[in-house]
Design a protein around this ligand. Structure first.
Ligand code: FE2
Ligand code: FE2
Length: 697
């Protein structure tokens, strides 16, 4: 209970700051925050559960089995293994044991006493003795005379004793011994035959089957049969489709990592929890990452969406035995959409979890897919970052795939198996297919989630992009100005660790609104021509100039320019005032308000737009006057003055540039301006002062 209170009770600090900033300290930070904090982790957990359930239904027939049921697919071995073939061993043991009909034992004592009886009885009495043995033999003895009978029985007695002496028990041995000895006998042939028959009967009677010995012998024989150990090689068939899965086969399937077709609730719970906690961590990371960098806010919905697709791709990947390939989708989309510091943990964690979500439950824990995921995350991080041209993209995507194939082959080789070339080819196919999907998906994400990939930024910044092309033709001065602002802002952005390409693209479009009335902007007025503003009142002039923001917004909508670029158009003047025209109006005795000469705003809401505002003003301030001097310190003072002015005008209030960052920005502007003017004279400070109030135009 105490722990519960601790977790849910807001800390002193968080209570104090609750109106301004939520405390994010502690691992259970998300438990103390309103519903929206829960949404992302729950969303991730939900995605994991949905993809897992889907994967289970799609793949259970292929990878799951039910003991005693017919196999829904052919199951093959996924790894080499040795196992005891219990069925064959049992059959062999049974067949060996069944060969033994029974253990026959002889009782020499019984024979001896019978022979003794024969000796003791008179020939008449012995007749009855043999009659007990066999009625046929008795009849044969009755035909003989007493003398003959005596001779026969005498022979039986003496031969019987000799057989016993020799220890003969085998029927054939006894027979050959008898016939050998009877050759020299004086008895007629028929009586010799009778002797053999009588002795044979005598010995047969003394034989019996010993059940104990028989059982013992059978057991020994069973044990003497070597158990049949079989080796199963990767790819060998365990059960054919349609065959009944017997208990021994089910055992092999289990050993091979195949799962029984029972819905694994426990695993699902584990996945849900893992997804939830990873999602919570990712959310905090994403928020911190975009706050620190000051770059575009990452849409958490976009992250969730990407994960969903990355994981979903693992289902067919599992089907084609190329598990882990979903990481390439995640990598492609992430490294082309947001910063490395967020993309890398997202791709690595998402890829590993993806294998757990859609691959592992059906095949067991294998090392290879996890190795593939890690290598793909690293490879895509280093190869897909900052890819600006599509040709390069394909080349690098292919390279990332090759690295993963090498890792896969290495792990197969390391596990003692041979390298599966067919799988490598399938992997290559999957890599190229993923590359196509990444390119197909990017425009969709750009449209729905407000994402700007380096590829899209390159397209937008290219001089052949339609709106820039128009700017070149219809307002060449503005185009030139935009290029200058772009260079200034790009260099400064990169020096403070921001996305230079994004800032440059924003700068190139910031003044497109001037296309509607280019002649009213000084950079487009040709030398010696009449200034269009000369015929307008200062109030109307200001109105025309201010309208370039609104016009720019409308044009950018018309040309499908992304929202993030449109922000540069809307915010690059913030709520600054056209002091030049305001003063001019006042000097003419007009009663004017500051609002009439101010841009509608808003003031820059991101570091990027603020940077373009500064670069724009600096460029305008230095360009506007054609008088030149050569003092560098004047240039630096001007830059410093422009920045200070913006701070004074409260234009940088919504962005948190550090003091150090502002210094770097000013220094970068100075360096770029110096290199641009290296062959030209630098405008004189005193003359620049005449431009005060014009830098906002
Ligand atoms: Fe402008
Ligand atoms: Fe501008």
């Amino acid at each position: 209970m105490k722990l519960f209170k601790k977790l849910f009770k807001p800390t002193k600090n968080s209570r104090k700051n609750s109106k301004t900033k939520k405390s994010r300290k502690g691992f259970f930070f998300f438990l103390r925050h309103p519903l929206r904090w829960w949404l992302f982790p729950w969303g991730i957990a939900f995605c994991a559960v949905v993809v897992f359930t889907l994967a289970w239904h799609v793949l259970q027939n292929r990878y799951g089995f039910s003991e005693g049921e017919k196999a829904a697919a052919t199951f093959v071995a996924v790894e080499n293994m040795r196992y005891l073939d219990s069925i064959t061993t049992d059959n062999l043991q049974r067949s060996v044991a069944e060969k033994i009909a029974g253990v026959v034992v002889h009782d020499p004592g019984k024979i001896k006493s019978s022979l003794q009886d024969l000796e003791d009885f008179s020939p008449e009495e012995s007749l009855f003795f043999f009659a007990v043995l066999d009625p046929d033999l008795r009849r044969m003895l009755e035909y003989l005379s007493l003398e003959e009978r005596k001779a026969v029985l005498g022979e039986v007695h003496s031969l019987g004793l000799r057989i016993l002496e020799r220890g003969l028990f085998d029927g054939e041995a006894i027979e050959s011994f008898l016939w050998g000895n009877l050759q020299n006998s004086l008895l007629p042939w028929s009586q010799q035959n009778l002797v053999v028959e009588l002795l044979y009967r005598l010995f047969l009677e003394s034989q019996s089957t010993d059940p104990y010995l028989t059982r013992k012998l059978r057991e020994n024989l069973r044990e003497s049969v070597e158990p049949v150990i079989r080796t199963l090689y990767r790819g060998d068939v365990i059960v054919e489709k349609g065959e009944v899965i017997t208990p021994p086969r089910a055992r092999i399937l289990r050993l091979q990592g195949y799962r029984e077709a029972l819905f694994p609730w426990k695993y699902l719970l584990f996945l849900g929890a893992l997804g939830f906690f990873w999602g919570a961590w990712l959310q905090e990371y994403a928020e911190n990452s975009s706050r620190k960098k000051g770059t575009q806010q990452i849409s958490l919905l976009f992250l969730g969406w990407l994960l969903f697709f990355g994981w979903l791709a693992e289902i067919p990947a599992r089907w084609f035995d190329v598990t882990g390939v979903g990481t390439l989708l995640l990598g492609g989309w992430s490294f082309l959409s947001f910063s490395f510091s967020l993309a890398f943990p997202f791709v690595l964690g998402g890829g590993l979890l993806g294998v757990l979500v859609a691959g592992t439950p059906f095949i067991g824990m294998e090392a290879a897919p996890f190795l593939v995921v890690v290598s793909l995350a690293y490879a895509s991080a280093h190869m897909l970052r900052n890819v600006q041209v599509k040709k390069k993209y394909w080349f690098r995507f292919f390279g990332a795939g090759i690295i993963a194939i090498l890792v896969l082959a290495g792990s197969q080789w390391g596990e003692g198996g041979s390298v599966d070339l067919q799988q490598a080819l399938r992997f290559l196919g999957a890599v190229l297919f993923s590359g196509g999907l990444v390119l197909l998906g990017l425009p969709l994400w750009e449209r729905f989630f407000d994402v700007l990939s380096p590829l899209r930024l390159t397209e937008l910044s290219h001089p052949s992009s339609p709106l820039l092309k128009r700017l070149q033709v219809e307002a060449p001065g503005t185009y030139h100005h935009s290029l200058m602002v772009g260079t200034l802002a790009e260099v400064a952005a990169e020096n403070i660790g921001m996305d230079g390409a994004f800032v440059k693209a924003g700068a190139l479009y910031h003044d497109v609104g001037k296309l509607r009335r280019p002649q009213f902007f000084i950079e487009n007025q040709q030398y010696g021509s009449v200034n269009a503003h000369d015929e307008l009142s200062p109030t109307l002039s200001a109105l025309v100039i201010i309208s370039h923001v609104r016009d720019g917004y409308e044009l950018s909508m018309e040309y499908g320019i992304p929202r993030k670029i449109r922000q540069f158009i809307m915010e690059h003047h913030g709520t600054t005032c056209l002091q030049y025209f305001q003063k001019k109006a006042e000097s003419l005795g007009e009663r004017v308000s500051r609002e009439q000469f101010s841009y509608p705003g808003p003031a820059p809401r991101s570091k990027e737009t603020a940077l373009v505002m500064l670069a724009d003003s600096v460029e305008a301030a230095i360009r506007a006057d054609s008088h030149t001097v050569s003092r560098i310190t004047d240039l630096e003072e001007t830059i410093h003055g422009v920045v200070e002015n913006k701070i004074k005008e409260k234009q940088l209030e919504n962005v948190d540039f550090t003091f150090r960052e502002l210094e770097i920005i000013k220094k970068s502007f100075g360096e770029v301006m110096r290199s641009m003017y290296h062959s030209r004279e630098i405008p004189k400070k005193e003359e620049l002062s005449s431009l005060q109030g014009k830098e906002n135009i």
